[in-house]
Design a protein around this ligand. Structure first.
Ligand code: TXA
Ligand code: MG
Length: 348
């Protein structure tokens, strides 16, 4: 039986948090909100509890898990060394949507790190997440709280749909503020590497620590043995219907999407379109979903996974999406969208 606690992050119920923290201490699984996406948490020091995360999600065993902390003394228990670059990034961006890869402390189980000698760690800013870690008084290992192969959950209803019956407690809260998973930076080598783009942009990272290289896996399919971040070698989320991205100048994009829509509809196909506020009225698709205003990429980030989940509920045959640039926050948006499309992009 899964207990479901409803709680807003600006109105924390202490009793519910204490219950959830006890569950973590007792080796149980707790789904909790963070500012990025919901997490599926267990005590990072409890190998058996961490093993249950993989089963609940249906996650491959060698895909390591991010460990969540609420204070810096916890960091010392899980990493070998807080490097000078890590100190700078921590001072600037924690608590917040930034995950750091550091050399792990030997006491951390291979179950958490997928057998690597590094560990992924982040201090979330969502008050419920922080309070839960504080009360549990242990670092919480938590991947995104979706069934493997689905988009990360950004709403209480998404986690209930995916994990009810598979975990002990679900804290269902408001829609995740940011909506895409954290930026991941690998600091375990000589040079910092961006492994996953997120709400903290390359520009902000460079401002803080200088040069940072970008992992090749961000936009193209990598040979499995060259993948730096284990999560990248697995099939990422793709919607049930094939998704194609049309990218380029907006006038060309809307024209191409409408041309394709007409052709597909003539073949009797039901067409879903992923549009933006600026263009949503220009399409004649069967279902048109609006991601938000292009002038406000935060809005688009916030909505993307919810929109993708909506399309899986509607039985469209084909999805066509507008593309996004690689600038600023749009890098993270296009990274997730490109992966969902299985790298099916047309430049017009
Ligand atoms: O925003 C987030 O990061 C959310 C919330 C819940 O905090 N968590 C999240 O976890 O997205 P997950 O497991 O879905 O994604 C973690 C990614 C995976 O691609 C994993 O392979 C990578 O981080 N990762 C974890 N440990 C790593 C390590 N030691 N070295 C390289 N990549 C690592
Ligand atoms: Mg995930």
């Amino acid at each position: 039986m899964t207990k479901i606690f409803h709680m807003e992050s600006n109105n924390i119920d202490e009793k519910m948090i204490n219950n959830a923290a006890d569950a973590i201490k007792n080796g149980q699984l707790v789904v909790f909100p963070t500012e990025t996406v919901y997490g599926l948490g267990a005590n990072a020091f409890d190998v058996e509890a961490v093993s249950k995360i993989y089963i609940a999600k249906g996650r491959p065993n060698d895909n390591p898990i991010i460990v969540h902390i609420n204070n810096l003394s916890m960091l010392k228990d899980i990493v070998e060394e807080v490097t000078p670059l890590a100190e700078k990034l921590i001072a600037k961006f924690w608590p917040g949507p930034l995950t750091l890869i550091l050399k792990k402390y030997h006491g951390i189980s291979d179950k958490v790190t997928g057998g690597l000698d590094t560990i992924a760690v982040r201090m979330p800013s969502n008050p419920i997440a922080l309070k839960l870690i504080e009360k549990a008084n242990v670092p919480i290992a938590a991947p995104s709280a979706n069934i493997s192969g689905k988009p990360s959950p950004t709403k209480g209803e998404h986690v209930i749909e995916d994990l009810q019956g598979r975990v002990d407690i679900i804290i269902a809260s408001e829609q995740s503020n940011i909506g895409l998973e954290s930026t991941v930076v690998d600091l375990s080598d000589d040079k910092p590497i961006l492994l996953r783009p997120g709400a903290i942009t390359i520009h902000e990272l460079k401002d803080c620590i200088g040069e940072i290289s970008i992992d090749n896996g961000l936009f193209k399919e990598m040979e499995k043995d060259k993948v730096r971040s284990p999560g990248m070698k697995y099939k990422h989320y793709s919607p049930k219907a094939p998704l194609t991205i049309i990218s380029g100048a907006m006038g060309n994009v809307t024209k191409e999407i409408n041309k394709r829509t007409n052709e597909l509809q003539k073949q009797g196909k039901k067409v879903g379109i992923i549009a933006t506020e600026e263009t949503k009225n220009m399409y004649n698709g069967d279902i048109v979903q609006n991601l938000g205003n292009r002038e406000k990429p935060q809005e688009i980030m916030h909505n993307l996974f919810d929109v993708l989940r909506e399309f899986d509920k509607n039985d469209v045959d084909v999805i066509i999406s507008e593309g996004f640039s690689s600038e600023g926050l749009e890098l993270a948006i296009s990274n997730r969208l490109v992966k969902a499309s299985g790298y099916d992009i047309l430049e017009v």
